[in-house]
Write a protein that binds this ligand. Structure first.
Ligand SMILES: NC(=O)c1ncn([C@@H]2O[C@H](COP(=O)(O)O)[C@@H](O)[C@H]2O)c1NC=O
Length: 522
């Protein structure tokens, strides 16, 4: 009987990463679909108890050249490319004993992961260039009206449920999957191109082709009248908000993603328990402390008004007691390496919160690959390496004043310096006991940022340490700091009026640490 475009009688599964493939294949098989597979996939499926037909028994040809040729055969490609409604195609297929393949499920050799490892040789990299897989993906995607192509496990469930319920798989859905497939092969080829051309090794290649895949369209952009979408990086080393898993909550907005990114970037700087709360892409509170609960309360109390509706990042899995405290106010997003079952129970009672689990964002060490920062401008793209500089150690740093900081003040200076890196310029941060007291962000003059840091303070600014992201052009900033009772200042130095700035600090009995490091954030 002639087969309709809708029927899924035969599926070809050939996957390099075999995670979860057994469950998918079992359900297909139970729905009466015959499964064809390549060597390793067939073996894995048989072990899981799935009945499989070897591709080599269809082609009547063994897999050769160490797997370089497995599926590159007319019996396979004819089965994928034959049009079901074309009598000529059907007659030719019959003559040559070619049976249609209705669904193709593929994931490719992990080329990008392989070349991301520094020790990978050219031969090893070339061996990981998948040829047969992309050929089948492209063939299936070309013939999408007759073949369902699956390249993303996220699509397995919806296709399975349609097959199991014997519902039609619409042309629109098939076309969507085909477009996704071509997007995947084009990103795959771009990664190979970048590697072979040597572009991948250069900081700034002559032609810059970053690869990002559409993860989701957003309800809107920064404002409701703007359209927005989120693209996930194709670079496996690029981990963070883009690789976080949403454990709970409604759709993330454009601003949620941006704020979660900024909060995560700052909280990752600390080794001990830490909490950062971000509002409008600036921290409104940050703290380190003995426990996560302690850091959350301290960060929130820096600016309780702004913390309401904030985006919270933590560098430890959220526990039950911290969750209970967090549940007392409205928070937009919480991003953390994990959530305890108790924390999930507490926080999932709140319908408006989003919970993002990002364990891999915390996995990297000092040798972490530098991920370039990109920002579009009219007519171009600005690209830079990230600001990963840390404050110089005490033995390598100079003091501009007579007064010497205490140990605790040194620690506060380091904390304030670190927070300051993540606050929009001109940034001024007041800190006491590793907790932000006041944050002056985004002002066009430094002296106004000093005033603002005092205005934002929710408790006394007496005895705080002040960090400035860049040098003081005049002594007025120091005069304002003195009015706040600041004990000392950490700043890069380097102004032509440094002398008068240092004298002002001495006049007020402050210490002044010179880092030599400016960290504007525009
Ligand atoms: N050479 C071929 O004909 C071929 N056909 C499929 N592949 C790939 O082989 C992998 C699966 O291999 P196995 O099932 O043997 O573990 C998949 O990633 C698939 O994309 C091939 N390998 C590479 O080109």
């Amino acid at each position: 009987m002639a087969q309709s475009s809708q029927e899924i009688r035969r599926a070809l599964i050939s996957v390099s990463d075999k995670t979860g493939i057994d469950g998918f294949a079992k359900r297909l098989s139970a729905a009466g679909v015959e499964i064809l597979s390549t060597g390793g996939t067939a073996a894995a499926l048989r072990t899981a108890g799935v009945t499989v037909t070897d591709v080599s028994s269809v082609t009547n040809f063994p897999e050769i050249l160490g797997g370089r040729v497995k599926t590159l055969h007319p019996k396979i490609h004819g089965g994928i490319l034959g049009k079901k409604k074309d009598p000529g195609h059907q007659a030719e297929m019959k003559t040559h004993g070619i049976t249609p393949i209705d669904l193709v499920c593929i994931n490719l050799y992990p080329f990008e992961k392989t070349v991301a490892k520094a020790q990978t040789t050219l031969d090893e990299a070339c061996e990981q260039i998948d040829i047969g897989g992309p050929a089948m993906v492209r063939a299936s995607a070309k013939n999408f009206q007759d073949v369902v192509i699956l390249v993303d496990p996220a699509d397995y469930e919806r296709i399975l449920s349609l097959i199991e319920s014997k519902s039609p798989i619409s042309r629109e859905l098939r076309q969507e999957l085909a477009a996704k497939a071509f997007r995947m092969t084009s990103a795959y080829d771009a990664a190979i191109t970048a590697y072979l051309s040597g572009e991948a090794k250069e900081d700034f290649p002559a032609i810059f082709r970053p690869a990002f895949t559409l993860a989701q369209t957003l309800r809107y952009g920064e404002n409701p009248h703007q359209k927005g979408a989120f693209y996930r990086s194709s670079d496996p080393a690029d981990r963070g908000v883009g690789t976080a898993v949403k454990r709970w909550g409604k759709e993330l907005s454009y601003n949620n993603v941006l704020d979660a990114h900024s909060a995560l970037a700052l909280v990752k700087e600390f080794s001990g328990p830490a909490t950062v709360i971000v509002k409008h892409n600036n921290p409104c509170g940050a703290a380190t402390g003995d426990s996560l609960l302690d850091t959350y309360c301290k960060a929130r109390d820096t600016d309780p008004v702004s913390s309401f509706g904030g985006v919270v990042a933590m560098n430890r899995p959220v526990d039950g007691e911290t969750a209970r405290e967090m549940a007392k106010i409205f928070l937009e997003v919480v991003i953390a390496p994990g959530f305890s079952p108790e924390a999930l129970e507490v926080l999932t009672k709140k319908k408006d919160i989003r919970l993002l689990e990002a364990p891999d964002a915390f996995a990297g060490g000092a040798g972490e690959k530098e991920i370039l920062e990109l920002r579009s401008v009219s007519g171009g793209l600005l690209v830079q390496t990230p600001d990963r500089i840390v404050m110089p150690t005490r033995d390598k740093i100079s003091l501009a004043t007579k007064r010497v900081p205490t140990d605790s003040e040194w620690e506060d200076a380091l904390f304030a310096f670190t927070v300051g890196k993540h606050v929009r310029s001109n940034s001024i941060i007041l800190v006491k006991d590793r907790v932000t007291v006041g944050i002056g962000a985004g002002q066009m003059s430094r002296v106004d940022s000093v005033r603002l840091s005092g205005m934002k303070a929710n408790r006394t600014t007496q005895g705080t340490v002040l960090a400035s992201d860049a040098f003081f052009p005049f002594r007025d900033g120091i005069d304002e700091a003195a009015k706040l009772g600041v004990a000392g200042i950490v700043q890069p130095g380097g102004s032509i009026r440094d002398k008068e700035v240092f004298e002002a600090a001495d006049e007020y009995g402050m210490f002044m640490i010179l880092t030599g490091v400016r960290h504007f954030k525009h």
